[in-house]
Ligand binder design. Structure first.
Ligand SMILES: [Zn+2]
Length: 497
């Protein structure tokens, strides 16, 4: 067990956790947002982040402080908490970003770790090597070896109670990400940032981002807090949290504001294009877009940044509430509809329903079947797995969407997208799912797969399926030995009951 992190609630791979940060003397509830503070450009003061937005944690760049004539000595003398007037946890980055941008930096791994310790950082970072997406395999491997050696070196540095990040690199190679994560998890470092994914997010390559996160998660234990490095747009918080990310950092709130851009949970708008604000935060309640366009540039930037923070924190609370009540997948279905690339990200996540299923609670809020993707949720996978292990009593079993029939020894209910429902389980989650009357084909097909699993587990039993107008694509998925009895006015259907 990693002592600094405890998982309290789960929904799929999403979780609410507690990150204990001993140096700051605080416990941060996750998923948490860490606003990025640029010491030279404080768009919103850290004290205001704490008082107005409830920020418990922020992140700043240790390398910029190290290089800054204005702040270096002050940071060493006063410590970060006083320099920033912030009582929560302060995470520092090491200059890896500058390294990837400019090719070199003028500090060693040991020096920057000691500097982070000496300025009172609560979570510090060794200098990893961020390898961008699509890099050649040889380069990704070589960079990763350097990152691994920096992480190992960090283990032996006296960090005086500071927690340490163990960044996970490996570009877009899932096997490298997984082995990097396993290596990092094997050290005694504490927090696990998945690095160099910003180009994927900026390019709307959400499916690949999820693939990278899933690979990293395979190498980590469930007790590892995961930071999705550079993820600051609220539109992808639900998706990233559902993949098991616990920490996000946002420079977006300030960078986008500088550009006149307005964040929402479904994308980005430009202030120039808005006639109405689709938000009720204090900024949007007190101003119209026209008013915001007419104030000074500095004031506009601050107000937009404050709106961007409000919408980000509100989305995090929405995500946490969804995890708590077990409706994260329903939230994700809504968020995924905001952009085709988000649909891809969601589908990539569902591709590994087994991994989601491991931490998914057995019972939660009513399952809402909302789209073809709902038929691929982990709850459906879990029910199918159960059907594959169930043995039935009778020689002849009817799986019926209508009534019982005395020709059969036993009648089970047929419920899409799950398939056969044993009589004893018909009132239990998730089999009580709410479904639209006009169910799509995927729901029927998933139910047919459930029948096939049950039939395969009971080869000596004869099965029949009584269904209301299943499409051919679902009927084709039934084993040949399964009899089909269409229900309806002209059918030779089982007795009603
Ligand atoms: Zn607003």
């Amino acid at each position: 067990m990693r002592e600094c992190f405890e998982v309290r609630d789960t929904d799929g791979a999403g979780r609410i956790g507690e990150l204990s940060v001993p140096r700051a003397g605080v416990t941060v509830e996750t998923p948490a947002l860490m606003p990025v503070i640029n010491p030279h450009l404080r768009t919103v003061d850290p004290a205001a982040l704490e008082s107005d937005f409830g920020a418990e944690i922020l992140i700043t760049n240790g390398y910029i402080l190290y290089k800054s004539e204005a702040f270096r000595e002050r940071a060493l003398e006063e410590g970060l908490a006083e320099l920033y007037d912030f009582s929560g946890a302060i995470v520092t980055d090491s200059g890896s970003f500058q390294l990837s941008e400019y090719g070199e930096i003028s500090v060693t791994n040991a020096e920057i770790l000691a500097f982070q310790r000496d300025i009172g950082a609560d979570v510090g970072t060794p200098i990893d090597v961020p390898t961008p997406p699509d890099a050649g395999r040889e380069r990704a491997e070589a960079d990763l070896e350097t990152t691994k050696s920096r992480i190992e070196a960090a283990e032996s540095v006296d960090v005086g109670g500071m927690l340490l990040n163990a960044p996970i690199q490996g570009s877009t190679y899932p096997d490298l990400r997984e082995s990097a994560a396993a290596h990092a998890y094997g050290t005694d470092l504490d927090v696990f940032p998945v690095g160099a994914v910003v180009p994927l997010m900026n390019g709307y390559r959400y499916a690949e981002m999820i693939e990278v996160v899933r690979a990293a998660k395979r190498g980590l234990g469930a007790d590892a807090p995961v930071h999705l490095f550079g993820a600051g747009h609220p539109m992808m918080f639900a998706l990233a949290a559902a993949a098991g990310c616990d920490l996000f950092d946002s420079a977006a709130y300030a960078l986008y504001a500088r550009d006149g851009r307005y964040l929402t949970v479904s994308g980005t708008d430009h202030l120039d294009d808005l006639e109405y604000f689709p938000c009720s935060c204090p900024v949007c309640a007190e101003h119209t877009p026209a008013e915001l366009r007419s104030v000074s540039e500095t004031q506009r930037e601050t107000l937009l940044a404050r709106h961007n923070l409000h919408v980000s924190y509100r989305e995090l609370r929405t995500v946490k509430q969804a995890i708590r009540e077990g409706s994260l997948f329903e939230l994700l279905e809504r968020r995924a509809r905001s952009h085709p690339a988000m649909v891809d990200g969601y589908r990539e996540l569902l591709d590994d329903a087994a991994a989601l299923e491991r931490s998914d609670p057995v019972s939660k809020a009513t399952f809402f079947h909302l789209s073809a993707d709902s038929a691929r949720r982990p709850e459906v996978e879990r029910h199918h797995d159960r059907l594959g292990r169930l043995s039935v009593d009778g020689d002849r079993v009817l799986v019926s969407a209508g009534g019982d029939n005395s020709r059969f020894d036993e009648t089970w209910r047929l419920r899409e997208p799950f398939g056969p429902v044993p009589p004893a389980l018909s009132d239990t989650y998730p089999l009580t799912a709410e479904r639209p009357e006009r169910l799509g084909r995927a729901g029927y097909e998933a139910a047919a797969e459930g029948v096939a699993r049950l039939a395969a587990a009971n080869p000596d039993t004869e099965f029949a399926v009584a269904h209301w107008g299943w499409p051919d694509s679902a009927l084709d998925r039934l084993p040949e030995a399964v009899e089909t009895l269409p229900l309806g006015p002209e059918s030779d259907h089982p007795e009603d009951g």
